[in-house]
Design a protein around this ligand. Structure first.
Ligand code: ADP
Ligand code: ASP
Ligand code: MG
Length: 430
């Protein structure tokens, strides 16, 4: 079984959906069992987030306007995607149902809540998968639409429940034992309260990997709008090139430290089951893309990524420094507030940590100040350089860094572009 995930741009218009149909039905794939995981059409999740924000702000007229605009966009696609009156009619009814539901969620004025927000956010993937499946049906391609809410589940810590996912996905698949092609939603799931929830922005990649791991897939393909993982952030740096091969660890580091092409958690389930992940370009399917596997890395610097909105917290002990238990006490506070630490340095006088979630910062500082003095710097960026061996030709520092598989550097956020450009020139000669 293969998993093929298509992102927002890949299903972003009627034309693109038609292209996806061709990519999942090549001669090579036709006889293979496959699960197609789809994102919402590009822009949709952003619009749904915007609608929720308007509803929280009680700006009902504006929310109604945005809903109507969104509905018009979807109605327009009917004429572009389908040929037959029957399917057009059914899609029209599908839109009636979903937009009716969205308006109901938006109408209940006083009580727009996180639960309703998450039901709203799920609409994007529910729409794209249902519309795509109608398209397949119209073109005589047999497929089954699997409801991700039946098998994708997270626990009270927002971690995927692998056993549940595997058991329930197998049950769903067993209902259609002779079928080869399945379609399902990325991103959406249920939580431990049985509510509709999601795997956070960009989570469809993670869905694909979880699904792959749950059924021990042969391969997970992530189809997007670029030809694989590039050596540097193409949104920021002028000249970047695709990296042909990455190890699981290298890809996981890059994803975690800002390479938007992959949701930060995507690699974990694939690595656990040793399933290769291939990054491919929907718009240029002939390109090789990137293969991520357990193959040990060649000794080269592979790529650079950058993570923004990092907060640096400098903590000075007010008592005798490095007294017994100081670091433990410090870590316990971050743990209590479920705030992961990305980097840490200790010197004789100070411990510095970086965090990317400042939600509980005030409470954390308050507790740290009980035994230390605290200084906070916002808007930092972490630059992550991944790969082996910086080469012997680079002198002692080259040798030192060469023995590490990745390097993290913290800089002021405003220097990010310049730093990434400079590293691109210095390390890749680009
Ligand atoms: P999708 O909608 O298919 O999930 P995303 O927008 O989430 O696509 O991810 C693809 C985008 O990731 C690319 O268009 C590119 O701008 C961005 N990106 C950031 N860093 C990298 C990188 N190192 N390599 C490739 N793409 C990257
Ligand atoms: N549609 C969701 C988002 O835009 C999930 C995804 O595309 O991966 O964040
Ligand atoms: Mg994405």
């Amino acid at each position: 079984m293969k998993i093929l995930k298509f992102g927002g741009t890949s299903v972003g218009s009627a034309e693109r959906m038609k292209l996806v149909e061709q990519l999942i039905n090549t001669e090579e794939l036709k006889s293979t069992s496959r699960i197609i995981v789809l994102s919402a059409m590009s822009g949709t999740t952003n619009t749904l987030v915007q609608i929720s924000e308007l509803l929280y702000a009680k700006n009902y007229p504006q929310a109604a306007l945005v809903i109507t605009e969104m509905e018009l966009k979807y109605r327009k696609i009917i004429g572009e995607l389908y040929k037959t009156e029957g399917i057009k009619e059914r899609t029209s009814l599908l839109l009636d149902t979903h937009f009716g539901h969205i308006r109901t969620l938006a109408k209940d004025r006083e009580r727009f809540s996180s639960i309703k927000e998450r039901i709203l956010l799920a609409k994007g993937e529910q729409l794209s998968t249902a519309m795509f499946q109608y398209f397949l049906e119209e073109n005589g391609v047999k497929s089954i639409l699997l409801d991700a809410l039946e098998f994708m589940r997270i626990d009270e810590n927002n971690e995927p429940e692998m056993d549940f996912i595997s058991e329930h996905l197998h049950l769903e698949l067993a209902k259609h034992a002779n079928n080869l092609l399945f379609i399902t939603q990325g991103y959406i799931c249920k939580n431990s309260f049985g509510e509709t929830d999601n795997l956070k922005r960009g989570g469809s990649d993670y869905s694909a990997s979880l699904i792959g791991a749950a059924i021990d897939a042969e391969e997970i393909q992530i189809w997007t709008d670029i030809d694989g993982m590039h050596n540097n952030d193409p949104r920021i740096v002028d000249k970047t090139v695709p990296v042909a091969e990455l190890s699981f660890d290298e890809a996981a580091e890059l994803a975690y430290f800002g390479a938007k092409i992959l949701h930060p958690s995507t690699i974990t389930p694939a690595k656990a089951k040793n399933i290769p992940v291939r990054l491919l370009n929907t718009m240029a399917p002939q390109m090789k893309g990137t293969v991520i596997s357990n193959k040990s890395a060649t000794s080269d610097i592979k790529a650079i990524a950058a993570k923004d909105n990092i907060t640096m917290v400098n903590i000075r002990s007010t008592r005798m420094f490095l007294a017994y238990g100081f670091l433990r006490k410090l870590f316990e506070i971050f743990e209590k507030y479920k705030t992961p630490i990305d980097m840490i340095t200790t010197s004789e006088i100070c411990v510095s940590v970086t965090i990317d979630t400042a939600t509980n910062l005030e409470a954390i500082i308050k507790e740290l100040e009980e035994f230390s003095s605290v200084e906070v710097t916002h808007n930092q960026s972490i630059i992550c350089i991944v790969g082996d061996s910086m080469g012997d030709t680079m002198g002692y520092s080259g040798k030192i860094f060469g023995s590490l598989s990745h390097i993290l550097i913290i800089i002021d956020g405003k220097d990010k572009k310049e730093t990434l450009q400079a590293l691109n020139k210095g390390l890749f000669n680009l």
